[in-house]
Design a protein around this ligand. Structure first.
Ligand SMILES: *Cc1c(COP(=O)(O)O)cnc(C)c1O
Length: 496
């Protein structure tokens, strides 16, 4: 090995370099955060993807010499900050991805720098411990009985849904893991909320059930699952000789944030003996809010459910939880053996080996951010964050109702609000044209960096969707949003 290589490596592993660059990074990030939080500069730094990819490629071909490491490091941090998306900007009112509490990211940085991973307890003893403690805390907060339930942490709600539905499949059809679904001669169906997230249909495809076996249960006027319709559907499918693998309800569904009546749905599932899975990716966090916890009443009765901490607990992605009401199901999803991992000389340890429970083998310790915040500030913090963001959405809804040129489509149940701008000059146009007009307004707004908001489809036509995921967003900002939408609408109209 050449001594130049050895020297270079030694420099990179030198704690003094970590100290030097770490301080520079924290300084640059906190300066950036100060500007962003004050509402300066763009929300999204919009650029054509090809332009960004070319710029990224260029950085790969121009590494620094040892003497210029610190300088080069600063340039790179600046580049990442100025080309990125600024979720801490109070005019970020977009997807269900939060402006995380920034210090949660510092705890996550500790994970990355020390490479704490799970699969087996030995490789991440503290990481395993904080995950287990948080599963207990959140599960009990939701109303599960201490000591009777189990859970796991995985990389996002989609993987969490897949894992829980795999457990449901293996529990309902025990031979399917080893022999495949062909052991089941009857048609197997999954009855799901009409607006379920696409990860549910994907799970059906991946699990060998087939996406065509995903049957949508009708919704009521607020887009919640209709429990009476669910009962009829279960009866119908059973009468036709089919097997109902699971019911999937939402708390809440993504399009307009509708929370299903979980108690009523749990009644149906208990009575008819069907596995109930609830996708509470977005809404599971309301357990921490006195004001909004009623929205998930009955969640504790589901056989399985999932919650994303990286949404409404305001920690960085990815950190998602799966819960099983009955802890006997904790090993039902994966039943294979991996003798080199799981040591028969310490049989009790498998209980703490995360790899027994998750798709991942090496799994990044995903809950340090959540552990850090909870241990530092107390779980009451999460109730405050929920209340601030949900209350503002309710306030926006009232503002929209009072405005003659805005049409809110549903009364919000959480921090998601869906609406259309319909100024006088659009009043006579078709629903499709109004939808298209709203989509164009959004495009202009996000590319200019003035606001970040989302679009959706409601009853087949475009609408604007906002989700208050930054607790620094206030009334003044949403009023500015309405003004900006009006202004862009007039400009588009004038240009047509
Ligand atoms: C966000 C979301 C998901 C997907 O979770 P990811 O963490 O993005 O994979 C699934 N279901 C619902 C209801 C969601 O809101």
């Amino acid at each position: 090995m050449s001594s130049a290589a050895r020297d270079r490596v030694a420099i990179l592993y030198d704690p003094a370099l970590v100290q030097e660059l770490g301080q520079r990074m924290v300084r640059l990030f906190s300066q950036h955060l100060a500007q962003i939080e004050a509402g300066e500069g763009p929300v999204l730094n919009w650029r054509d993807p090809l332009e960004n990819i070319a710029a990224a490629r260029k950085t790969l071909l121009t590494p620094a010499t040892n003497e210029r490491l610190a300088e080069r490091f600063e340039e790179m941090i600046q580049l990442a900050l100025t080309r990125g998306h600024n979720l801490h900007h109070p005019r970020y009112i977009g997807h269900q991805v939060p402006a995380p509490v920034p210090i949660a990211g510092l705890f996550d940085a500790l994970v990355s720098c020390t490479n704490q991973v799970l699969a087996i307890y030995e490789m991440g003893p503290w990481a395993t411990a904080v995950e287990r403690a948080l599963i207990e805390l959140w599960g009990e907060q939701i109303g599960l009985v201490p000591g009777t339930f189990a859970g796991l942490v995985t990389h996002g709600g989609s993987l969490a849904n897949l894992t829980a539905l795999l457990t449901a499949r293996n529990a309902v059809c025990p031979q399917s893991w080893s022999r495949g679904l062909q052991v089941e001669t009857r048609r197997m169906v999954m009855l799901v909320q009409g607006d379920v997230h696409y990860s549910i249909a994907r799970s059906a495809g991946i699990l060998g059930l087939g996406t065509e076996q995903v049957i949508r249960v009708p919704l009521d006027e607020r887009r919640r699952m209709d429990a009476a319709a669910l009962r009829n559907l279960v009866d119908e499918h059973r009468a036709a000789g089919e097997h109902v693998l699971a019911v999937v309800a939402c708390a809440c569904a993504t399009p307009v944030g509708a929370f299903d009546p979980l108690d009523e749905i749990a009644d149906v599932c208990e009575e008819l003996g069907v596995w109930l899975h609830v996708d509470a990716a977005h809404g599971g966090a309301v357990a921490f809010s006195e004001k909004y916890r009623h929205l998930i009443r009955g969640l504790e009765r589901a056989d399985s459910f999932i919650c994303d901490a990286h949404k409404t607990l305001f920690v960085p992605a990815l950190c998602a939880f799966v819960f099983y009401r009955d802890k006997r199901h904790r090993f039902t999803a994966f039943q294979q053996e991996a003798p080199y991992l799981f040591d028969p000389s310490a049989p009790g340890m498998a209980e703490y080996d995360g790899g027994m429970l998750t798709v991942e083998c090496t799994k990044r310790a995903a809950a340090y951010g959540l552990w850090g915040l909870t241990a530092l500030c107390g779980k009451e913090l999460f109730g405050d964050l929920i209340d601030l963001t949900f209350d503002l959405a309710a306030w926006l809804y009232e503002a929209l109702r009072e405005a003659p040129d805005f049409v809110p489509l549903y009364e919000p149940m959480c921090n998601i609000v869906v609406f259309r701008h319909v100024p006088e000059f659009m009043a006579e146009r078709s629903a499709e044209q109004i939808g298209e007009f709203n989509r164009r307004i959004r495009r202009c707004l996000i590319e200019s960096g003035e606001f970040y908001i989302v679009q959706t489809n409601c009853d087949g036509t475009g609408a604007i969707r906002v989700c208050v995921m930054n607790p620094l967003t206030q009334e003044e900002h949403v009023l500015q949003l309405l003004e900006a939408i009006r202004r862009v609408g007039r400009e588009l109209h004038a240009a047509d």
